[in-house]
Design a protein around this ligand. Structure first.
Ligand SMILES: NC(=O)c1ccc[n+]([C@@H]2O[C@H](COP(=O)([O-])OP(=O)(O)OC[C@H]3O[C@@H](n4cnc5c(N)ncnc54)[C@H](OP(=O)(O)O)[C@@H]3O)[C@@H](O)[C@H]2O)c1
Length: 274
C-alpha cells in the first residue's frame, strides 16, 4: 500500500522535489504553500494542494485543520517550509527579523503539529526539516540558527508526549535551491566563513539539485523509524556513523552493545562500532 504524505513548502526547492519523488513512487501527496504547486496537473487525484500562509497563526490553524479533516490521514508528514533571513551578525539583527524567522521556522510548525496530531489517524512518522546551522552556531546565521535549534527541541518535546508517533529533526545537507541563490550571492569580504564554503560546494556533489537530494532523502527517511530514536536530530551527512549531535543515552548503549538478534543489526547501512 503506497504511502500518503503531507508536505509543507511544496511550491519550489526541496519541498516540491520531495512531493514529486513520492508522487513518482505512486504515493498520494497533500502539499501546502503560499504560491501553490503545479503537480496536480501531472498527478490528478493523487496530488492535493492547499494555499496556506504559515505566518498566519491567526487564521492558519483553523484553515489547515478544516482541510486536513477532508483527508485520509498520513503515513508520513514532512514539515519542510522555511525561510532564511539576511546573513548578518546577531548584534545587527533587528528583533522584528528574528520574530519573522521564528514565526515561520518554529511557531508555525507548532500549530501544524497540533493539527496533524489531532487527526483521527496520526502520522506514523513526522519529520521536521532542520539544518546543520541548528548545532554549528556559525557566525552570521542569527535567527535561522536560533529557529532550527529550537525546532530540534520542539521535535524532542513532542516525541516525549507522543510515543506512538516517530519524530525526527532532519538536516538534509546542502541543496541547490533559491536559498543557495541568496547565500552564494553574498560578497566574499562579508566575513562569513560558511558562506565561502557554500560557494565552493556549489555545482559539486556536495550541493545536489533538489531532485537528486529528494531521491536520497526519501530513501533515508524510510529507514529512520527503525534506525534512530524518536525525537533525535539526524544529519544526513553523518548518517553512516549513526552519530547524532544529541545522541540519547540509549543510542549510545545500543551502539556499544547490540544484542545478537537486534533487528537494527540487519538494517541497511548499519556499521558495527569500531
Ligand atoms: N537549501 C539548503 O541547502 C538547505 C539546507 C538545510 C536545510 N534546508 C531547509 O530545507 C527546507 C526547504 O528549503 P529550500 O532550500 O527548498 O527553500 P526554498 O527553495 O526557499 O523553499 C521554501 C519553501 O517554503 C515555503 N514557504 C516559505 N514561507 C512560507 C509561508 N509563510 N507560508 C507557507 N509556505 C512558506 C515556500 O513557498 P511559498 O513561498 O510559495 O509560500 C517554499 O515552497 C527549509 O526548511 C530549509 O531551512 C535547506
Amino acid at each position: 500500500m503506497k504511502k500518503t504524505v503531507f508536505i509543507t513548502g511544496v511550491s519550489r526547492g526541496l519541498g516540491r522535489a520531495l512531493a514529486a519523488a513520492y508522487l513518482d513512487d505512486g504515493c498520494a501527496v497533500y502539499g501546502c504553500s503560499r504560491s501553490g504547486c503545479d503537480l496536480a496537473d501531472a498527478h490528478p487525484g493523487r496530488y492535493h494542494d492547499k494555499a496556506l500562509d504559515l505566518s498566519d497563526s491567526g487564521g492558519g490553524p483553523a484553515a489547515l485543520a478544516e482541510w486536513l479533516c477532508s483527508g485520509p490521514g498520513f503515513d508520513l508528514a514532512i514539515l519542510n517550509a522555511g525561510i532564511l533571513p539576511e546573513i548578518r551578525d546577531i548584534k545587527d539583527t533587528p528583533l522584528e527579523s528574528l520574530r519573522e524567522t521564528m514565526e515561520i521556522n518554529l511557531w508555525s510548525n507548532k500549530w501544524v503539529l497540533d493539527a496533524l496530531l489531532a487527526m483521527p489517524r496520526k502520522p506514523g512518522h513526522i519529520v521536521a526539516i532542520s539544518s546543520g546551522a541548528a548545532v554549528s552556531g556559525s557566525r552570521g546565521w542569527n535567527g535561522y540558527a536560533l529557529s532550527k535549534a529550537a525546532l530540534n527541541m520542539l521535535v524532542r518535546l513532542y516525541a516525549a508526549e507522543e510515543p506512538e508517533v516517530h519524530f525526527t529533526a532532519f538536516a538534509p545537507g546542502l541543496i541547490d535551491t533559491a536559498m543557495q541563490d541568496y547565500l552564494c550571492g553574498i560578497e566574499d569580504d562579508a566575513g562569513f566563513e560558511t558562506v565561502r564554503r557554500l560557494k565552493q560546494a556549489r555545482h559539486t556533489p556536495d550541493m545536489p539539485k533538489p531532485e537528486e537530494a529528494a531521491r536520497k532523502i526519501t530513501a533515508v527517511l524510510d529507514t529512520l523509524p527503525r534506525t534512530s530514536e524518536s525525537g533525535a536530530f539526524v544529519d544526513i551527512r553523518k548518517m553512516e556513523t549513526y552519530e547524532t549531535s544529541q545522541p540519547s543515552l540509549s543510542q549510545k548503549k545500543t551502539k556499544r552493545k547490540l544484542t545478537q538478534n537486534d533487528p537494527r543489526k540487519h538494517s541497511p547501512g548499519f556499521r558495527p562500532s569500531r
